[in-house]
Design a protein around this ligand. Structure first.
Ligand code: AMP
Length: 218
């Protein structure tokens, strides 16, 4: 697939390298030529100096053949303008925009432009880690009141049902890392030593889950 990326800063350069490594052709646009210094030596994709919503630049980057378009500069407005051009004018199938301002992110999501809201993610991650002792919030869902967390299962729970960690309306074990594979637990599955769980949970229910993990409840 051909991917056009606008912004070759901390996020765009990582995306560029990852997508190229996975075999996609990547054209990356940045207004600052020095930004391309973030790319590794020998990077074979196309780099273009230009503004992310300039149609000539976008066409030179191959937007007409692009399957995906990622607007990931540090400017919310320019990301939205270029994302809308990509979607509405060039009909790129998959378009995403990075948005810092969490309130705007929600508005654009409603307009049908999927957004990556880094400030909201950071906020949720910091709050969850500070107040609920979870080391890693993997995902903030919807308005951020629901999160996906990853937790080690203590060996004392080996043999107990995976469903013992579920709480209707509050927490659901959605996946399990076991011996290097990630699986969705079958109904009636039990824990094994060394399991790690991925749980979708309401933020305020995390403490209760930790209690259940410690075997203090039920
Ligand atoms: P970062 O915040 O580290 O991901 O960097 C953002 C990148 O976006 C920087 O390299 C900026 O030069 C670039 N940038 C900001 N605005 C624009 C724009 N309108 N068009 C193209 N690149 C931009």
């Amino acid at each position: 697939m051909h991917v056009v990326i606008v912004g070759c800063g901390r996020l765009g350069s990582e995306l560029t390298v990852n997508l190229a490594r996975e075999g996609h052709t990547v054209s990356v646009v940045d207004k600052n030529p020095r930004a391309f210094e973030r790319l590794p030596p020998g990077f074979e994709g196309q780099t273009l100096v230009g503004i992310g919503f300039d149609r000539e630049t976008l066409e030179a980057a191959g937007i007409r053949d692009a399957g995906s378009f990622l607007a990931v500069t540090n400017g919310d407005n320019s990301n939205i303008v270029s994302a809308r051009i990509a979607r509405e004018h060039y009909q790129v199938a998959r378009v995403m925009a990075r948005i810092n301002d969490p309130r705007r992110a929600e508005i654009y999501r409603r307009l049908g432009i999927p957004t990556v809201a880094d400030v909201r993610w950071a906020l949720t991650e910091i709050m969850t880690t500070l107040f609920h002792g979870v080391e890693q919030t993997e995902l903030a869902l919807g308005d951020g009141s629901m999160v996906m967390v990853r937790l080690d299962v203590p060996s004392t729970l080996a043999g107990k049902p995976v469903s013992s960690l579920n709480e209707p309306g509050e927490a659901l074990v959605t996946a399990l890392d076991r011996m290097g594979r990630c699986v969705i637990p079958a109904s009636g599955a039990t824990f094994q030593e060394g399991d790690v769980v991925h749980v979708v949970i309401r933020r305020e229910s995390i403490d209760g889950l930790r209690e259940r993990l410690a075997g203090r409840a039920r």
